[in-house]
Write a protein that binds this ligand. Structure first.
Ligand code: ATP
Ligand code: HMH
Length: 265
């Protein structure tokens, strides 16, 4: 069984972050290990509190797992601040890790901030050049490109801007913005520096999408670990996620998570 590492925050509610990643990896039949960056007090209603670990605590967790276990892929989720991003980048270089999926988490679905503003620059300078793929949502993509949130921009142009930071692929997720479009499709755009490829799925009419981004990036990392090429890894991850959204069940009083185990009978 291939081993996959997630470096992310804990969601006490179980729908996003480390918990979403491990569930996703498990149903993809890869072994999931976790390095925790922050402990969020979180539920389906929002984020009530955040305790970010020291970069040193993140570093020692990384040393423990990387010294011992050989990973075929890894993903990052909530990294919280510049110090942690730098530490993660150092270890990825030290251990020559490949198949890095970077989900540049900035805010929770509930709107709560999960990244210090100054860390945006560190992402671009230190981590993106090491990434196989970065998976920003539309909002994150605009912030990374230094654009105002309200400004409308051609998605292909935006993806091309983000490729300049040195990853091998950029995937811009259109999920949340699909609510406002005419086509009722959840469209994501993949760019490899030469070709654009659109991934279209049915847009599912629901607010129960807590953890969609985490789940997608964990599924992509799992698929890369199993040796899939990027186009197939993204296509299969999106199919898995669309069904996980469709098959959601009510967990709490707010935005419920996706059903990570929909395909287990
Ligand atoms: N209602 C929906 N129906 C179908 N697909 C969706 C829906 N909402 C999001 N998606 C898909 O989920 C994936 C994640 O996109 P999204 O924009 O939600 O990411 P995110 O904002 O990073 O997620 P998170 O809520 O975890 O922060 C994308 O593939 C997107 O197209
Ligand atoms: C810990 C954590 N990571 C990522 C997200 C993004 O959905 C979240 N809500 N919580």
């Amino acid at each position: 069984m291939k081993k996959v590492l997630t470096i992310a925050g804990s969601d006490s509610g179980g729908g996003a972050g480390i918990q979403a990643d491990i569930k996703t990896m498990t149903v993809h039949q890869v072994y999931g290990a976790s390095v925790i960056t922050a402990v969020t007090a979180q539920n389906t209603l929002g984020v009530q509190d955040v305790k970010t670990l020291s970069a040193r605590a993140v570093s020692s967790q990384l040393e423990s797992v990387l010294n011992d276990i050989e990973f075929s892929a890894l993903k990052t989720g909530m990294l919280a601040n510049s110090e942690i991003i730098e530490e993660v980048a150092l270890k990825i270089k030290k251990y020559s890790l490949s198949n890095l999926v970077v989900d540049p988490v900035m805010v929770a679905t509930s709107g709560d901030l999960l990244l210090k503003k100054a860390a945006v620059k560190t992402y671009k300078e230190k981590l993106f050049p090491l990434a196989e793929i970065i998976t920003p949502n539309l909002h994150e993509a605009k912030v990374l490109a230094g654009l105002e949130a309200e400004k409308s921009i051609d998605l292909e142009q935006l993806a091309a801007e983000l490729m300049k930071f040195g990853s091998n692929y950029v995937l811009i997720k259109g999920g949340h913005s699909s609510q406002n479009n005419q086509s009722r499709k959840a469209v994501d755009l993949l760019y490899d520096g030469s070709y654009f490829r659109k991934f279209e799925a049915e847009y599912i009419e629901t607010n129960n999408t807590h953890g969609t981004g985490c789940t997608l990036s964990a599924a992509i990392a799992s698929n890369l670990a199993k040796g899939m090429e990027m186009g197939k890894a993204v296509a299969e991850a999106k199919d898995y996620l669309t069904e996980a959204i469709r098959n959601h069940f009510i967990v709490g009083q707010g935005n419920s998570p996706v059903n990570h185990v929909w395909n287990l009978k």
